[in-house]
Design a protein around this ligand. Sequence first.
Ligand SMILES: [Zn+2]
Ligand SMILES: [Zn+2]
Length: 892
Amino acid sequence: MSLSLLDKGYDPHKVEGRWYNFWEKELLFSACEESRQKSYSIVIPPPNVTGVLHMGHALNITLQDILCRYRRIQGDNVLWMPGTDHAGIATQNVVEKKLAEEGLGRDQLGRDKFIKAVWEWRDQHGRAIINQLKRLGASCDWKRERFTMDEGLSRAVRQVFVSLYDEGLIYRGNYLINWCHRCHTALSDIEVEHEEIDGNLYYIRYPFADGSNGLVVATTRPETMLGDTGVAVNPNDDRYHNIESASVILPLMDRSIPVIKDTYVDMSFGTGALKVTPAHDFNDFEIGNRHNLPVIKVIDDNGLMTDEAGKFKGLDRFKCRESVVKELEKAALLEKIEPIKHNVGHCYRCKSIVEPNLSKQWFVKVGPLAEKAIAAVKNGDTKIIPEVWTQTYFDWMNNIKDWCISRQIWWGHRIPSWTCEQCDKLIVSVDTPKECPFCGGNRLAQETDVLDTWFSSALWPFSTMGWPDETPLLKTFYPTSVLVTGFDILFFWVARMMMMGIHFMKDIPFKNVYVHALVRDEKGKKMSKSKGNVIDPLTIINQYGTDAFRFTLAAFAAQGRDIKMSEKRVEGYRHFINKIWNASRFALMHIDEELIEIRHNDILLPDRWILSRLSRVKADVIKSLDHYRFNDAAGILYQFVWHELCDWYLEAIKSVLYGKRGEKSQESTKGVLWFVLRGTLVLLHPFIPFVTEEIWHKLPGTKGSIMKASLFSDDSVLSAIGFNSEAELEMGLIMEIVSGIRNVRGEINISPSLSLDVLIHTENEKVRKIINEHLDIIIDLASLKSVGFVQPDKKPKASATAIVHNATIFVLLEGIINFSKEAKRLEKDAARLSKELTAVSKKLINEDFLSKAPKDVVDKVKKKQETLIEKHQKIESNLKRLKKLESSLTLN
Ligand SMILES: [Zn+2]
Ligand SMILES: [Zn+2]
C-alpha cells in the first residue's frame, strides 16, 4: 500500500493559499529574459487601481491564466505581464469623494498636495485588485508588475508625446469638445454615453429688425440662444424663398444676427429655421466656420453663464434655462413648448449631462496611424478572434476622428509642454526645459492639462517591457502572442495599442486578439447593482473554491456567446472537482511507483483502451486551446474524466488491482493507472491549478510543481500505444454489451446484486472472438454468473433481449423474478397513477378553474398531467413486457 493517501474530502480552502504561496516563492511565474525556448507573452489588460474584482475580470483573468499555464507545460518561455492603470478621472473622483468626507476640497489643497493625496490613496488601496487576481490563481510575473504612472512608463509617455508632436501628429487648437462640467474636463467621443431622456422643444420667435414677424426657431437648450450668432435656413426651403430681411434681432440680447443659407439645415425639423450657436453645438461650429460667424461662449467650464450672457451672467446653466424661458414668455416671443424624447450625452464617469464646449485642447491626428492599423488586420498580421469583430474594427477605424487627449484634471501624466511667458512660444520636450530655446527667457509655464488615461495604456505592450530602451525583454517578448479582452474596450484600448505599437515599434503589438463574451446572470440579463443580480466572484470562490469557479467559466466560454452564470452551475462543477479527487484517492491507494516503460503485449484491454483515449483527448485539448475554444477543451476533459476514466476504466480494473488477474497484470495495470492519472492531471492543470497541484505531490515519481511538468514527456509511452483504434473498437463493444445488460436490469427491476446468466448470439466471427477474449471483463462489469453463445433458432424463451451492434444478448430470467409479485406491484402503481390522472384531467376541463386560475398555476397542472401520462405509459409498457415474458416462460 502506498503511503501517500489523500484526505477523504477535498477542501479548497486548506489548499489554495498554500500552493499560491509556493508558486510565488519558487518563482514559477517568472519569465526568462533571454532563453532559447519558444517565447509566449501576454500583457494583462491593466485593471484600474480603483477596481474591485467583478465577473468580467474573473473571466478575463481565468482565460489568460489557462493559456499561460498551458503554454508552460508545452515548454514555452512564458511572460504574463501584470500591472494596474492609474485611471485618471475615476481615481481622481474616488479621492475627491474621500477628501470631501473630511471636509476638504480639491482647490483648497492645491495641485501638489492633491496629487500627493492620490498617491497615498494608491499606496494604501491600489493593490487590492492585485490581491484579488491572485485569489483566482493568476500566474502573472508579479516581479515585473507595472503601473501606468511609474517612472519608466512616464518616460515612455513623454517620449511618445514629443515624437508625435515633432512629426506633426499632435496639435493644439480651439475646438468644440465634449465637456463634463462636474468632472471639469474634456471627454473623448467614446467617453460620452447617450441616453434617451424627456425634454422640451422650445419654439422661439426672432423678430426682424423692423419689429415685424421674424423667424421661429426650435431648440431643446434655450439658454444657448444667448450665444447665437446667426439663424440658418435651407436654400431649398420654399418657406424662406422670399425672406425680406437678411437679419433678425436676437431676443433678450437685442443683438442683430444674420440669416444665412446652408444646405445642412434639416427642413423637416421644427420650422426649418435653425439657430446657430458655434460655441455650444458641434454642427453649429461647422456652419459657423463656413459662414465666418463669430463664436460667443456663454457657458463657462463650470456650467455657469459667462459675462457674454448679459444679465444672466453667473447663473447655473439649468437655472438660466428657466429664466430665459420666463423672459421670453413675458416678451411674447415664446411660441410654444413641445415635450420630446431626445438623446442626450452623459459623462461615463459621473453621469452628468455633457455639453459641447469650446476650449483649447490637444489632439492626436489619427488618420495616418489608423491606416497602418487597418492594414495590419487586413493582411492577417494581427487576427481578431472571433472573426465577427474584425468588421466592427474596420468600421470604427475607417470613421475614426482625431483623438482629444487633453484632460482638465490633476491626476495623470502632465502634458510635457511649456509656454514662454516672454515670447509666448510653445516648447514641447521630454525633459523639463531650463530656459526658452527661442528667446532665452526663463519664465516658463507648464501646461496644466494631463493626458487621457488611454494615452498611457495605448503604449502598454511596449512601455511595460522597457521602451524606449532596447531591452532584452522587448526582443524576446514583443510582439506579444495574444491579447485577451472584452469587446467594450476594443476602441478605447485595443485599436489605440495597434496604432501606437505599429508606429513606435514598427511591428504589431499582438498576433492575436481574443475577444471574449460577457458574463450575465442565469437568465441572460446583464449584471447590475440596480437590478440586484450581481454575483460576486469572491463570494463564489469562498463558497465553492477557485477551481470549481474557473472550470465553470471555461466550460461556458464559447466563442461569441455570453456566459449565463449561476451558483448552481459552479456547484455542479464542484462535484466534478470532488470526482477527480475521489478517483485520484482511489488510484493512489494502489499506485506505488511511476511507470518507466510499457511493453505493448503485456497490457490488458482496458489499459490499452484508456491510453488510446488519453492520447486522443490530449490531441483534442491541444487543438481546442490553440484555437481559443476553451469550452470545447473543458468539455472534452469533463467527458473523459467523468465517463471514461471514472465510470469505465476504474471499474474495469478494480479486480485487476485487487490481484484477481494475476501479478503480472496487476503490475502493468498499476503502471498504466499511474501514467493515465499523471497525464490527466497535467491536462487539467491549466483549468484547475490548485487541486491538480495538491494531488500531484502525492503521486509517486513526480518532482517539484506540476507547473514544471511537460505535456510531452509522456510521448515515448504514448507512442508505444498511440491511437489504438483496435483497442477502442474492442472496448467499445464490451461497453455496449455491459450497458445493454444493465439496461435490462433497470427496465425490469432486477437487483444489481443478483448475478445473471446471459447468452449471446452473433454471426460475426470477430465479435465472437472479442467477447471470448474478454469474458472476464464482461462478467465483472455486468455482474454475471456465465456467458454463453447461442444459435438464433435456439433462442431462449424466458429471456429479455438487448440488441447491440452485431450481436443480440439474451438475459435469462427463469428463477430471477417472481412474475406475479412484480406484476401486482406494477398494477398497483398503475392504478394509483390513473386515479391521480383523472383528478388532474378533471381540473383541466373545468371552465371555472381555467378562467380564474393564474396562467402559471394552469401551466403547472398541465405539466403535471404530462408527467403522469408519461409515467403511466412507462408502467403499462413494463407490465406488457412482463406479461409477454411470463407467457413465454409458461410456454416453455
Ligand atoms: Zn463627469
Ligand atoms: Zn521665449
